[in-house]
Design a binder for this molecule. Structure first.
Ligand code: CA
Length: 232
């Protein structure tokens, strides 16, 4: 069965161009011309991926992305955002709200199809890697062990999950809410401050590379190997 891609874009020419090329590539495509409709369709159709324009009438794309990530039913759907060229702020905020990738306008439809395929491929084998290595740090998933310069660091199960979650996507910002939902699961009684507490301990345990876990102001955390610690 063909995978469904939802395209949320108000500009009809662009929407049609994207629809055409995705359909040519074998996807079933549904389109929405504004954010609200896009959100409704995402909930109803449960697409494999959403191509989301940020400049939408009524409900802006970033709000749509936030709403998708807040809803348990749509949280796992990857989002590829379309941004205006040069709007770096949009891209950063897009990643912060959980977008997986972006394409800047004007874009090549073939490039967009390639990006869509790459995201879906990654999603289909999320835990395929056995080891994540950023020397001198090694995260061994099979053994559920973390080593720094070859020496094992003892982490709690939660700390391990947090580190793994961040390290799988270096450079990407994760919101506290998202980490809470994905690492702790939905309890409802866990506070976002809990994330900070665990991160603090994790950083301390990681010693020399603790600074790789960076605070993203107003959002949450990211793993930046080789980077210096952000000032809190
Ligand atoms: Ca638009």
């Amino acid at each position: 069965m063909a995978q469904t891609v939802l395209v949320v874009e108000d500009e009809r020419d662009i929407s049609e161009l994207v629809r055409y090329h995705l359909a040519q590539a074998g996807f079933r495509v549904v389109t929405a011309a504004d954010g609200r409709q896009g959100l409704d369709l995402a909930r109803r159709e449960r697409p494999s991926l959403v191509v989301l324009d940020l400049m939408l009438p009524g409900m802006p794309g970033l709000e749509v992305a936030r709403a998708l990530k807040q809803d348990e039913k749509t949280r796992a759907i990857p989002i590829l955002i379309l941004t205006a060229r040069g709007e770096e702020v949009d891209r950063i905020v897009g990643f912060e709200v959980g977008a997986d990738d972006y394409v800047a306008k004007p874009f090549s439809p073939r490039e967009l199809v390639l990006r869509v395929r790459a995201i879906l491929k990654r999603e289909s084998e999320p835990d395929a890697e056995e080891r994540i290595v950023h020397a001198p740090l090694e995260i061994d998933l099979a053994a559920h062990a973390v080593r720094l310069k070859g020496r094992e660091i003892v982490l709690t199960a939660t700390e391990f999950k947090l580190l793994h979650k961040l390290a799988r996507r270096p450079g990407r910002a994760f919101a506290r809410d998202q980490l809470l939902a994905e690492v702790w699961g939905y309890g409802g009684d866990v506070e976002t401050r809990t994330v900070d507490t665990h991160m603090k301990r994790l950083r301390a345990k990681l010693g020399a590379v603790g600074g790789w876990i960076q605070t993203v102001r107003g959002v949450g955390y990211r793993f930046q190997p080789g980077g210096r610690a952000a000032a809190d």
